[in-house]
Design a protein around this ligand. Structure first.
Ligand code: HMG
Length: 387
């Protein structure tokens, strides 16, 4: 029985800041951000969106009433949690109107969380092939104003329905994973911004990729030319390119050229959004599926997931016949094209408005047209609106 990704959805806020403008405001050469980091626009997440609403908005695009009846597992991967005890999965399940007869949990290992969720969901569906699992990765990447990490912020969510006989990507069984205790990126309690050893994180990401890719190849005997595309966690798109270049060292230039070409399709959405943390790898997958001009059924995609701290995994999947019928490239083109640009001053004001400690808060949601919005806090209880 094949199990894998049956549906894939994405949402980000309707605001962005232009990276050339941000570079100018930070006295940097715009090409450092545009080429050196590889980012053109960065999502700005307003106070009326949080991990829960970003996830709900991503889910609302893909879920049918039939899916909702069949889903009996919801795994919410995030490192932008909104409560130390109650899981975001419970809020999400209620907002989406899912059945009460399900398991709802939140899961954390930095940006790797959604991949752990995907593999756990696969195991669940193997035991219960008549059921479906909902996996989401939703985050807001924050390093702080005027920090080195600032141009690698962003935010949004990816949602996936995991099912038997999937219609997009069947997951292959062999995956290789590697863990080590590393202080490359972390966020202590009470910090709303991550702490990071940037250069170390960039290097350890590539080291982990090399370890798990080699292990995968040793286990399967699958050669690099047998992949149509290699997809990477994209904290910023240049980082994925560094990973890919490590894989291409000594590879036939024809094969390398083909993989580099597919990588360009996979990084287009992230270039315009920034880091989604947990969702980034899957945004790359969506970008490839929607934009590549040459994907065919039965072709193999390789995926590298990395979460600081640190955990890496390489796994693969086969494109299913008719996968293109499950996509909606025009919708995502419009979602990204119709966002409103904010100035650097407006972005700074929105960034600084985050308040995770309020007891009571009333937010004006009139400017946020998303189907799900965060309306405020009452007696420390978060309030949401489904339109
Ligand atoms: P920095 O020190 O300001 O940048 O911070 P830099 O000086 O290293 O320059 C960046 C690149 O731009 C360099 O290219 C420069 O050469 C180039 P590289 O050597 O890397 O190929 N450059 C230019 N290119 C063209 N024209 C120019 C120009 N000037 C310079 N004029 C850094 C960069 C990424 C370190 C910083 O933004 C940061 O700390 N970001 C956050 C950490 C991060 O994203 N790490 C990625 C790996 S860890 C990960 O993926 C996990 C994560 O998602 C978290 C999680 O798991 O939850 C982060």
């Amino acid at each position: 029985m094949q199990i894998g990704i049956d549906k894939l959805g994405f949402y980000t806020s309707d605001l962005y800041v232009d990276m050339a403008e941000l570079a100018q405001a930070r006295n940097e050469d715009p090409n450092k951000y545009l080429i050196g980091i590889g980012q053109a626009k960065m999502a700005v997440i307003p106070p009326t969106q949080d991990a829960v609403t970003l996830a709900a908005n991503a889910c609302s695009k893909i879920l049918t009433e039939e899916d909702k009846k069949q889903i009996d597992l919801v795994i919410f991967a995030t490192e932008s949690g909104i409560d130390n005890s109650k899981s975001s999965a419970v809020y999400l399940s209620r907002l989406l109107g899912l059945s009460h007869y399900l398991r709802a949990v939140e899961l954390k290992q930095a940006c790797y969380g959604a991949t752990a969720a995907l593999q756990l969901a696969k195991g669940h569906v193997a035991l219960h092939p008549d059921k479906k699992a909902l996996v989401v990765g939703a985050d807001i990447a924050r390093y702080g104003l005027h920090t080195k990490g600032e141009p690698t912020q962003g935010g949004g969510a990816c949602a996936m329905v995991i099912a038997a006989n999937p219609r997009i990507l069947a997951l292959e069984d062999t995956c290789s994973y590697y863990m080590d205790d590393a202080m490359d990126f972390w966020r202590p309690f009470d910090h709303t911004e991550a702490l990071v050893d940037g250069k170390f994180s960039a290097n350890i990401y590539v080291e982990f990729f090399q370890k798990v890719f080699e292990a995968y190849q040793a286990q399967t005997g699958i050669r690099i030319e047998e992949f149509k595309a290699l997809l990477f966690h994209l904290p910023y798109t240049k980082q994925g390119l560094k990973g890919l270049r490590a894989a291409l060292a000594g590879v036939d230039p024809l094969v390398a050229g083909k993989l580099l070409r597919q990588f360009e399709f996979s990084r287009q959405y992230s270039r315009q959004v920034g880091n989604l943390y947990t969702g980034s790898l899957y945004l790359g997958l969506l970008s490839l599926l929607n934009l590549s001009d040459s994907l065919k059924a039965h072709e193999r995609l390789g995926l590298f997931s990395y979460g600081s701290g640190a955990q890496g995994e390489f796994f693969s999947g086969l494109l299913m016949p008719g996968f293109e019928k499950m996509l909606d490239p025009v919708f995502y083109e419009q979602l990204l094209a119709h966002r409103k640009q904010v100035s650097v001053a407006e972005y700074e004001q929105i960034f600084s408005a985050l308040d995770m400690r309020a007891k009571d808060l009333v937010l004006d949601v009139s400017q946020d047209q998303a189907p799900f919005v965060f309306t405020g806090i009452s007696e420390y209880q978060r309030q949401y609106l489904a339109r």
